[in-house]
Design a binder for this molecule. Sequence first.
Ligand SMILES: Nc1ncnc2c1ncn2[C@@H]1O[C@H](COP(=O)(O)OP(=O)(O)OP(=O)(O)O)[C@@H](O)[C@H]1O
Length: 985
Amino acid sequence: MGTPVNIIVGSQVWLEDPDEAWVDGEVTGIKGADVTVATTNGKTVVASLASIYPKDTEAPPAGVDDMTKLAYLHEPGVLHNLACRYSLNEIYTYTGNILIAVNPFQRLPHLYDVHMMEQYKGATFGELSPHLFAIADSCYRAMINEHGSQSILVSGESGAGKTETTKMLMRYLAFMGGRSGTEGRTVEQQVLESNPVLEAFGNAKTVKNNNSSRFGKFVEIQFDKYGKISGAAVRTYLLERSRVCQVSDPERNYHCFYMLCSAPPEDVKRFKVGDPRSFHYLNQTSCYEVANVDDAREYLETRNAMDIVGISQEEQDAIFRVVAAILHLGNINFSKGKEIDSSRLRDEKSINHLKTVAELLMCDEKLLEDSLCQRVIVTPDGNITKPLDPDSALQSRDALAKTVYSRLFDWIVDKINNSIGQDPDAISIIGVLDIYGFESFKVNSFEQLCINMTNEKLQQHFNQHVFKMEQEEYTRDEIDWSYVEFVDNQDVLDLIEKKPGGIIALLDEACMFPKSTHETFAQKMYQTYKSHKRFSKPKLARTAFTINHYAGDVTYQADYFLDKNKDYVVAEHQALLNSSRCSFVANLFPPLPEESSKQSKFSSIGTRFKQQLQALMETLSTTEPHYIRCVKPNTVLKPGIFENDNVLNQLRCGGVLEAIRISCAGYPTKRTFDEFIDRFGVLAPELVDSSDEKTACAAICDKMGLKGYQIGKTKVFLRAGQMAELDARRAEVLANAVRLIQRRIRTHLMRKEFVSLKKASIQTQKFWRARLARKLFEHMRRVAAAITIQKHTRTHSAWKAYLQIYRSSITIQTGLRAMAARKEHRFRRETKATIIIIQTRWRQHKAYVAYKLQKRASLILQCSWRGRVARKELRKLKMEARDNGALKEAKDKLEKRVEELTWRLDVEKHLRVDLEVAKGQEITKLQSALQEMQEKLEEAHAAIINEKEAAKLAIEQAPPKIVEVPVVDNAKVELLTSQNEELED
Ligand SMILES: Nc1ncnc2c1ncn2[C@@H]1O[C@H](COP(=O)(O)OP(=O)(O)OP(=O)(O)O)[C@@H](O)[C@H]1O
């Protein structure tokens, strides 16, 4: 699978690692055929050049959704891709048309919900990420479009997820083909509900899988012409019968046994069951429970599902009675009887169990015991009864249990089929095959041979479909395909199933020959196939043989082949159960036709299975197959050794690796010239018109630079990836064309839109501009009005403020003036009084002075006058005194008078001097008082001037802001006015 590339120092490579399977690293040195690699886990390993693989350093970290897209298609690349995707919960990956489903081992509900189904409904295959719904959808659409039957083959080892995948597929098909809104039990509902019923009776916990299907299953879903589900049939293959009687740790018997033991108490009582530990068929292992499974609930759910698939209550009861009877049957033990080689029931317990079995199966107790401990041999001379030794009796007991169980299982399958109903007019079918994958254990027995035969058949079918048909097509179209090879397994199939001469035919022969043993059978095989290249005898083996299957060598132990191949019902058992009073039990064992009962009782399981398989293959050959390979991921990156749990091995066994190889080596894509030109003509339209189809196809391929393609007679054959390449180019061309058309149309549309938008926008602009202008005008008007209002308001408030200041200043002025006036008044009053007093005094003084002067003057005048008069009289008296003596007296008198007046004048003079002094003092005093008053007056004047200046300054300094006084204090103004007037008055 490796892609030949030159490995040089520095190359990134994969190499095998004992712990990690594959480990990547870088080549650090090459010496001859040895390469030194520095691995990413820190080791330096020397490996041979042939054992290392190149690593794609440009691989997307999330992996690719189709393995065929891998740059280097080799085992580590495939595993790495799966591991990358798995780590991102991408459990599905395509390999061409095969879907690889890696078991997620965890519920991923979002992957399977209705929303997901809706998404995949009708989606082109490959468009969405790989999914089983994509397979189911392409299957459904192929059926509808091509009216052809389809099949989906789900394979994988035990626990890989086949049953889950099958269930999901059926759910999707029911979703697509279901009749929505139909009342009652619909076909699809019954098909879906048949799963839990089949699982209850056909599934068991095994080492590998807690819910392992111990049978193969082919569900055929029939569709009518409208694509609706019209019927269904379930075919089952090779139920593992031995499990009924033999279970090893840590496995369990079939689920139904445990369910019955956990049933509601009334059912437990009715069916006489109890603790599973008390039944031999269940207590051979210590495993009674399965993690996360509630058997009690499963019992009820199984019953419910049985209701839905049409199993009546009576039938259900009968089924569980048979199940209970098998459990009790297992508890019947035998000991040696009285006669030689005879047996009898060992103890009381066994007797009781026998009774219970007889009761549950409604058959005769004695007959039951006899059928277990005796055999009747028919001889020409009559019937001979032969007792069975305890071991044989036990075998007889187990054979009965297995037969009853397998008949019961077959009855359930038949019932489901009858109940769902077949549609004889079905237009097409979709078959889903859920069958065990290739098995290779340490010890492989007859079952493994059958299982591996099935897988060989399926592989052949796969080969035929994928490769043979492919190659036939190459041949038909006369193209060179010599280098595409595949391993044809027809020879292995011939070895196993050819009649006569195949292993199964030899086994049947051995079974019919009474003296045969597994050793004689093995010898016969060694002899017959000694030169068969697919058959070999292991060294020293006496019964073992190895078959070289397509998936690898498997060594089988022939020891129990004979027993396991024999499928016959002991006549005694047949008779016993047929005579049951319970019609259900009796019907499980219908009486055999007279001749066949007389003929050999042997029926070959191998041959029957081969026939069933043949029928299945015939059915499959009428369908278009689709493949799903389930893979168990426990060791995604484990080395490629041949072990069943190895992913690589699983892929190899599932034919996936081979498919990848062939797919890449061959021509996975082919198209008729018509289709090719139809699809890719756009890549070179000039070539298509000018030449014939074949030449045009070749020309297109050449033009696109494709290498290695081939032109057949009718088709173009493309190598892997070339279709994608052409598609990508086509998508590019189409996208360009689309873009051009879109551009033109968009231009046209945009222009139209632009014009109408322009018109509309002009209209809108007009409207808006007008509106804006109106608004602006309105705004301006409002601004002007506001300014006017503001002006008036401001005037008003300024006026108010001015008035207030004015009034205040008047008030202040008034106050100040009043104060000044009062002061003045007071001053004046004071000054006036002073002046008046001074004036009075002054005037008094002046008057007094004048008076004094006048008085002196008048005195002087009077004195002078009187002197004159007195001197005149003195001269007269002197003359008269002369004349008379009298005169002398007068003279004396007058002299006295003059003396008096002189004294008075002196006094007056003195007085006047005193008065002058007092008056001078008084004037000085008054002058100083006046001086003082004048100073005070000046001070008052200065204070008034200061106050006035201060007031003026205060007014000037007062902020121009005019504080609006909301209310004029008229009362105060009036008061001040009146005060002012009063003051003025
Ligand atoms: N798609 C899935 N999503 C979640 N869990 C899954 C899925 N597929 C499988 N499983 C889990 O793996 C278990 C085993 O799967 P399943 O029973 O389908 O295996 P199988 O291949 O049918 O085995 P067998 O051959 O033994 O019957 C399931 O019980 C389930 O838990």
